[in-house]
Write a protein that binds this ligand. Structure first.
Ligand code: PLP
Length: 289
């Protein structure tokens, strides 16, 4: 992409805040999300006074888009201004079907902006939808250095758009003044050097090997009902007693994300893939549990 297509922000999270600020009018507009999905879309919309959140849940068990349901929502609610599609999705870990994503982008044309959140895309073989930005001026893509480059603490992400005027608007009216610390900018430029790209790719390969190992460990446990296939750096696991397992790990210094009370991920826990030593500790805790 060219510089005029990029709005750099403090993580993809700040891009979500800025998009909400630009497109969602308080007391009037709505966003469309597909739970179970990343929580901040809704948090940011609700932080706009009285913005509405329209939810069309992903279809289980494969957690794919309910395309007819979303098209109907877009037809019935002309106040929907932002549609979020997360691929791979958090917390379910799966890629969304690309034909479905394109169907929603087409259905939203002239109605709403579509944000495709590709925070975890580097863990997959799927090409980024940046190749389609010129075709769809209402498409925005989110990327970040937080996940596959292991640099969440730098707070460097971006929104990418084919529409340079929109990017200029985002920079001028959306972002705070002087948002990016020089140290983070310098570190991000360093990450773009070929040697660092190679290192990041090696780390991703190691992580995917560890993910396969942990998938096998959990699948073999009698406490586990299902390990969902993952295209990300975490696994969503349905257990007989997910909360009990989270409590057991927490008491032993390992913090897991308990999703057992969230609609669509009942009895599920999400584990991040860590270093081999961290994963080994978790495997031992599972054995004990
Ligand atoms: C789907 C998704 N989008 C965006 C983010 C935000 O990432 P960051 O602000 O660190 O770039 C996350 C972080 O967990 C995420 O899971």
């Amino acid at each position: 992409m060219k510089p005029e297509n990029l709005s750099i922000s403090r993580g993809a999270d700040e891009a979500i805040v800025v998009l909400t600020r630009l497109f969602v009018e308080p007391h009037k507009d709505a966003i469309l999300i597909t739970p179970p999905t990343f929580g901040m879309y809704k948090v940011d919309a609700l932080a706009m006074p009285a913005a509405n959140v329209v939810e069309v849940p992903l279809l289980k068990p494969s957690y794919q888009l309910d395309v007819p349901g979303m098209v109907t929502a877009l037809e019935n609610n002309t106040n929907i201004k932002l549609v979020y599609l997360t691929s791979p999705n958090n917390p379910t870990g799966n890629l969304l079907d690309e034909a479905d994503i394109l169907a929603i982008i087409e259905a939203a044309e002239g109605k709403a902006m579509v944000v495709v959140d590709e925070t975890y895309i580097e863990f997959t073989n799927r090409a980024s939808l940046t190749t389609r930005l010129q075709d769809f001026p209402h498409l925005i893509i989110l990327r970040t250095l937080s996940k596959s480059f292991s640099l969440a603490g730098l707070r460097m992400g971006c929104a990418i758009s084919g529409d340079a005027d929109f990017v200029a608007l985002m920079r001028a009216k959306g972002l705070d003044a002087y948002p990016l610390p020089v140290a983070s900018v310098q570190a991000a430029l360093k990450v773009c050097e070929p040697g660092m790209q190679k290192l990041a790719a090696e780390n991703r390969r190691k992580l995917l090997d560890e993910r396969a190992r942990m998938e096998a460990v959990f699948k073999a446990s009698p406490t586990v009902v299902n390990v969902y296939p993952s295209d990300a750096n975490f696994l969503l696991i349905e257990m007989k007693n997910a909360k009990g397992f989270c409590d057991h790990c927490g008491a032993n210094g390992v913090i897991l994300r308990d999703f057992s009370t969230y609609p669509g991920t009942e009895n599920c826990v999400r584990i991040s893939i860590g270093t081999p030593a961290e994963n080994g500790k978790l495997a031992a805790l599972l054995q004990k549990f």
